[in-house]
Ligand binder design. Structure first.
Ligand code: NDP
Length: 434
């Protein structure tokens, strides 16, 4: 805190993880003695750079770019790129820090990193997006590579932006290094099922959690916040499993459809037209639209999947969900619930799946994309989906096991943090003080 007093989100993430590791330190004090925590919270490096670009009117703008290469203890740095005006050093560090443990949980050999810019893609033309992403890559290319650091998408960065970044990387470096970025289009090195992976994985994880408690998605009322990459495919899988998803949102407001959301309309608005979620009502006038997103949590539901952004679900929202009888929460986004909200859920007996376990399916399939690129092969959708499903089940089981072993049975916040931590901590010690 002394070094970076304003890193609010980063401190929140560190506090959440380190508090839950107390039972590990009690049993194995050598992690403290060997300064593993000090080594973990200090990124291996943080790159900050200028991103100048020219808009369609010929006006020059300057944004700030970031890449944090947090930990390469168990593999090359891996983590998404976020384009959103809220991006700053603290947000990038919190995401990169969480990524270390999440990537470890997948069981695949990937380290932790994250990047982004405070650029706002909203309302920008396709050519503006292209010029910005090319300028971003004009600096980023120096720091990444298939065995060094492999970025992917995140908020504001989907297949279009990854495509432009990949093109620019190739132009500068030459050759065809497919494994330098993941989330590519399937026609040029992308993996089938990557687009669906985070949302599907979220639902696969929550399905395990429900099953463990004699419940399922079938016939349940579900709320999914956001309407981006994670949300859309969480809605799709939840519907496939027989749930009725009644509400979703964007950063302006939320829609409520008592008949169950029509996902084709949402995909058309968000993936194709890149418009606002309120446009849903022009096709389905019986639905309701409410300005502002936090009210979405006041809708009664059995299962809530916050899939938009950090700290979108606070203690007031948590209390409303609990008093409406919510049974399970699965964090599709990174840190969408505040620390107070998580405490409310855990103390009220609500089943709770933390983001770094629940949404790890995205990065897991990114690692499978890297594997396919290395082999110069591509697997079928079903093959990748089966692997994703297996990985999510294993993450659930390992998190449950760790929670049990360290005296907090059923607490997946603690279990996921411990399971993710141990592998990285042991690798840090094994590799000496470097
Ligand atoms: P997208 O940009 O595709 O979608 C984000 C959605 O959340 C949009 O509907 C957006 O609305 C909404 N949103 C963004 N910021 C806010 C805000 N401040 N308040 C309310 N709503 C907001 O991003 P993703 O779906 O890729 O990512 C969502 C979350 O999931 C993030 O936390 C991300 O880090 C996490 N995640 C993503 C992975 C992936 O594979 N994509 C992997 C693992 C985690 P609008 O359209 O108005 O901007």
């Amino acid at each position: 805190k002394k070094r970076d007093p304003h890193d609010y989100e980063f401190h929140q993430a560190v506090k959440e993880i380190f508090t839950s590791l107390i039972p590990v330190f009690a049993k194995h004090p050598f992690y403290i003695e060997q300064a593993v925590l000090e080594r973990m919270v200090e990124p291996e490096r943080m790159i900050v750079f200028r991103v100048p670009w020219v808009d369609d009117q010929g006006v020059t703008h300057v944004n700030r770019g970031f890449r944090v290469q947090f930990s390469s203890a168990i593999g090359p740095y891996k983590g998404g790129i976020r384009f959103h005006p809220s991006v700053n050093a603290s947000v990038i560090k919190f995401l990169g820090f969480e990524q270390i443990f999440k990537n470890s949980l997948t069981g695949l050999p990937i380290g932790g990193g994250k990047g982004g810019s405070d650029f706002d893609p909203k309302g920008k033309s396709d050519t503006e997006i292209m010029r910005f992403t090319q300028s971003f890559m004009n600096e980023l290319y120096r720091h990444i590579g298939a065995s060094i650091d492999v970025p992917a998408g995140d908020i504001g960065v989907g297949a279009r932006e990854i495509g432009y970044m990949f093109g620019q990387y190739k132009k500068i470096r030459g050759g065809y290094e497919a494994g330098v970025l993941t989330g590519k289009g399937v026609g040029y090195g992308g993996s089938l099922a990557r687009k669906e992976a985070t949302g599907y994985g979220t639902v696969y994880f929550v399905e395990e959690l429900l099953k463990e408690n004699g419940l399922s998605f079938k016939g349940r009322t579900v709320i999914v916040s956001g309407s981006g990459n994670v949300s859309i495919y969480a809605i799709e899988k939840a519907q496939q499993l027989g749930a009725k998803v009644v509400a979703c949102s964007d950063s302006n407001g939320y829609i409520y459809d008592n008949n169950g959301l029509n996902l084709e309309t949402i995909k058309q608005i968000k993936e194709i037209e890149r418009n606002r979620i309120r446009d849903y009502l022009t096709v389905h006038p019986h639905a309701e639209y409410v300005e502002g997103c936090s009210g979405i949590w006041s809708i009664p539901c059995d299962i809530a999947l916050p899939c938009a952004t950090q700290n979108e679900l606070d203690n007031m929202a948590a209390k409303a969900l609990v008093s409406n009888g919510v049974k399970a929460i699965g964090e599709g986004a990174n840190m969408p619930c505040t620390l107070e909200a998580v405490d409310i859920f855990l103390n009220s007996g609500v089943l709770f799946g933390p983001g770094k376990a629940v949404n790890a399916g995205g990065v897991a399939v990114s690692a499978l994309e890297m594997a396919q690129n290395s082999m110069r092969l591509s697997w079928s959708f079903e093959e990748v989906d089966v692997k994703l499903h297996e990985i999510m089940k294993t993450i659930f089981e390992n998190s449950m096991k760790a929670a049990e072993e360290y005296g907090h049975p059923g607490n997946l916040v603690i279990g996921a943090n411990i399971a993710g931590f141990l592998k990285v901590a042991d690798a840090i010690i094994a590799q000496g003080v470097i």
